[in-house]
Design a protein around this ligand. Sequence first.
Ligand code: BES
Ligand code: ZN
Ligand code: ZN
Length: 504
Amino acid sequence: MKITISNTAPSQIETECLVVSVVDAAGESKNGDKPKPAPQLQTDDKAVNDAAADLIASGEVTGKMLETTLLHKPAGLKAKRLLLIGGGKAKSFSSYELRKLAGAALRNLKTKNLKSFVIVAPNLASGVPDAVKSIVEGAYVGSFEPNYYQSDREDKQIDELVIAARGNARALNTAAARGRIIGEAQNFTRDLANEPSNKMTPTVMGERAKKMSDEVGLQCEVYGPDKLHELKMGAFWSVSQGSDEEPRLIVMRYEPKNARKKPVLGLVGKGITFDTGGISIKPAEGMEKMKYDMAGGAAMIGAMRAIAQLKPNVRVIGIVCASENMPSGKAQKPGDIQIAMSGKSIEVINTDAEGRLVLADGLHYAKQLGATHLIDAATLTGAVVVALGFVNAGIFSNSDDFCEQFTQSLKKSGEKMWRMPVDDEYREMLKSNIADMMNVGGRWGGAVTAAMFLKEFVGDTPWIHLDIAGVAWMEDQKPWIAKGPSGVPVRSLVEFVQDLASKK
Ligand code: BES
Ligand code: ZN
Ligand code: ZN
């Protein structure tokens, strides 16, 4: 997608379609009645306001979130069409709404076979450059389609996006470039997560990470079973041992020349390319979804890609534990004892709680490679979906400070996450008669006990665990995004690393 900034007045730009956002500036009602909508176009171009005047007067346009109104041959404009799209309440209109609005505009217009459009950047409280960045991110989110393997797949894509914005040209172009890097990284991740398990084996995942690393200048090593044995990654290997596909330990390193020694951020992702449950096998219904059990790993690969391109001045190590979880004559069985790389012993009660096993070794290894701070992302538990549904990812952390810093970045990324507890009391649920711990904690609080298990392997290192089981896959399509992989939490990780680098 070609993206350019134009400082020409929107009414004077020749285009297939001019997209303008509309917000509802109605105040609070005084007598309890619903206030009448007060739609307001997000441009001060008089000709555009005039062209939309009749529509607004008719009451058809209210500014309601993602309400769309298309006008052909708008009077006084050089554009062939005018698309008005709602951004919700004026007061709360922010990059969060704008991203969705831009994605919805793109998805709306591409189904009409348009190849290009112009969108006016609104004057957000966070600044026009932030508006430009959000539009670009939203456009990338909207452009992704998961229907790779349909033989009659039509190539309905927007080739060119023009953003009408006034201000410092350099700042606007930088914002657009950042939006592009982040949007492309998110789609790179969605691309990996979208592939079925026969196309995205651990080996393929390693190859894709390596190829990407070579392209953007990251160091990358991809290891197989021998390295797992050499490192004594007994927990990771126990998951892989039942599969005919070899596991891959993917290690990506971003080491900017003049970066401070500390912090070193370790990003660790669960890369289960298919989770059958193993011997504790899952029911058939819905099992096909377990192809996206590598979404956490895919997010780390995508985040590393953006980091390499944005070049923040902080060191980052990305680790992905890629494996299948299969039943077979070689598979681990309930009751088996595994010794993790850290030396801790684990009684594997349920072979379907495999994500925590691979992450136990991934987190320990990240520390050994020098990570001073850790973030992991994993489609770890069904229980987090019970707790938070498909809206928020779960955040678990052993450090209030580190967690607070991370949640600040969520305001920029617009990804929703909610902090969950990791009190010591929960640790009891993992007690084993025979080993240091069991790999499951029983029926209640399943997302928390999974986090408690990981906590055993991070020690005192500040750590954040993101359980993305409910948010990594869009169960339904939305106006701004297709059904399928979401790419969460790529944007948050990238914003966080940039914030980390800009701190003294
Ligand atoms: N990959 C699953 C978790 C999952 C569930 C991801 C739904 C995406 C959507 C994980 O490996 C798993 O099977 N967890 C078990 C743990 C249980 C055995 C303690 C679960 O949540 O049921
Ligand atoms: Zn599982
Ligand atoms: Zn799993």
